[in-house]
Design a protein around this ligand. Structure first.
Ligand SMILES: Cc1ncc(COP(=O)(O)O)c(C=O)c1O
Length: 384
């Protein structure tokens, strides 16, 4: 059969599978963004996003990848020479650091070994080491390692020890991890369309607390001027042409999430994550983020005799299954198995079986357990 007709299964932590129902929401439409009809949809999306963020404030919708919204946070909430703290436990912690440095902030970095979560005590030391920290930046899910950071505890620590803004990158966490923006005292929450929401890349979101709104700086030069966006988006008008079709799809995805109830969606992600972890352990693999695993992504260390590059290639070419590998020092040594957004349980089982078989072909003997059985037993026990 030609590859064109073989189903591709995406287990990468973004982009994730896009349900046909979401694609259909835009398929026969030609929206014009300067109409009342479009403003209404845009505003509805902002309200639904706020619900999933557990926030009274309406998030801004930007047309960019997630990094655009990260950059908008840095440029609108810091000034040159500000002291900031960045928690860096992987590629995306590194990205906060690069962005803050690019905009001339003094970065006080907390380095966390890959695969581990930062402790609030490290944060206290960093906050006490310099005066007047303006903002603290970290991830909810560090996608390069699969670590879910203790967002609530970290935010509380910031509030208890400083007046800094708490700025959280939830690009990969939003839609799977539970994040309660207002209750947890987050000042900026950033996300994107191509992960937990099951949409194509192209939209990003940033929600600002009242405190963050009071502290907006004036140094954005043009596109990412959040002060201007806040004014216009109150009526559903974005300053520039938004990714119109994606906004229609967003409305469909968020309606699904809010009609189902995010608690329920989060619970399902947790059950799947636990079942995937159990299955991978039964295959003799070592969980990489064992102490603080995410519910949308599982990372495992590969056996030393297996080349991760070859494994990923075999899975992609022979089975049309796309997993993500490790980055930097973990290139070839890690496998990242995403189960965020609109995954299908039978696809996940198929992914586990394929992984087990390809590992065996590459010389990783394991007990020959039925991973399908392990998965279903664990999932059913959790989701009763
Ligand atoms: C945690 C996290 N932050 C930021 C980004 C960057 O998002 P984008 O690639 O959409 O710019 C990603 C993308 O994988 C991510 O996982």
């Amino acid at each position: 059969m030609s590859d064109e007709f073989r189903k591709q299964r995406l287990f990468s932590p973004g982009p994730t599978p896009i349900p046909l129902q979401f694609q259909m929401a835009a398929l026969d439409k030609n929206p014009y963004h300067r109409t009342q009809e479009f403003y209404t949809v845009f505003l509805k999306c902002r309200k639904l996003l706020a619900k999933v963020m557990y926030s009274k404030q309406l998030p801004l919708i930007l047309s960019s990848s997630g990094t655009g919204a990260l950059e908008s946070a840095v440029v609108n909430l810091t000034d040159e020479s500000d002291q900031v703290v960045v928690i860096n436990g992987g590629k995306f912690g590194q990205r906060w650091k690069q962005l803050c440095e690019a905009y001339g902030c003094n970065v006080n970095e907390i380095r966390v070994p890959w695969g581990e979560a930062p402790s609030p005590s490290d944060l206290v030391s960093a906050l006490n080491s310099v005066d007047n920290v303006k903002a603290v930046f970290f991830q909810s899910l560090e996608t390069s390692t699969g670590v879910a950071l203790p967002v609530k505890e970290l935010a509380k620590t910031v509030k208890d020890h400083s007046d800094a803004l708490v700025i959280v990158d939830a690009v990969s966490a939003f839609g799977s991890e539970m994040i309660k923006m207002d209750d947890w005292g987050l000042d900026a929450l950033v996300s994107g369309s191509q992960k937990g929401l099951g949409l194509p890349p192209g939209l990003s979101f940033i929600n600002l607390s009242e405190k963050a709104r009071m502290r907006l700086t004036k140094r954005s030069k043009f596109y990412f001027d959040l002060t201007r966006e806040l004014k216009g988006q109150d009526d559903g008008r974005s300053a520039f042409t938004p990714a119109t079709h994606l906004v229609l799809m967003l409305e469909r995805s968020l309606s699904y999430i809010t009609e189902t109830g995010f608690d329920e969606i989060n619970r399902k992600h947790q059950a799947v994550a636990e079942a995937v972890r159990e299955s991978l352990k039964q295959m003799g693999l070592t969980l990489f983020a064992e102490k603080s695993p995410a519910c949308g992504l599982t990372s495992v260390l590969l056996p030393s005799n297996v080349d991760g590059g070859i494994l990923l290639r075999e899975l992609a070419e022979k089975r049309r299954m796309v997993f993500a590998g490790g980055q930097d020092d973990y290139k070839g040594r890690l496998l990242r198995f995403a189960h965020m957004g609109y995954f299908d349980l039978d696809d996940i089982v198929a992914g586990l079986i394929a992984l087990q078989e390809e590992l065996q072909k590459l010389g990783h003997e394991n007990a020959g357990v039925s991973v399908a059985q392990v998965f279903w037993r664990s999932y059913r026990a959790r989701s009763l």
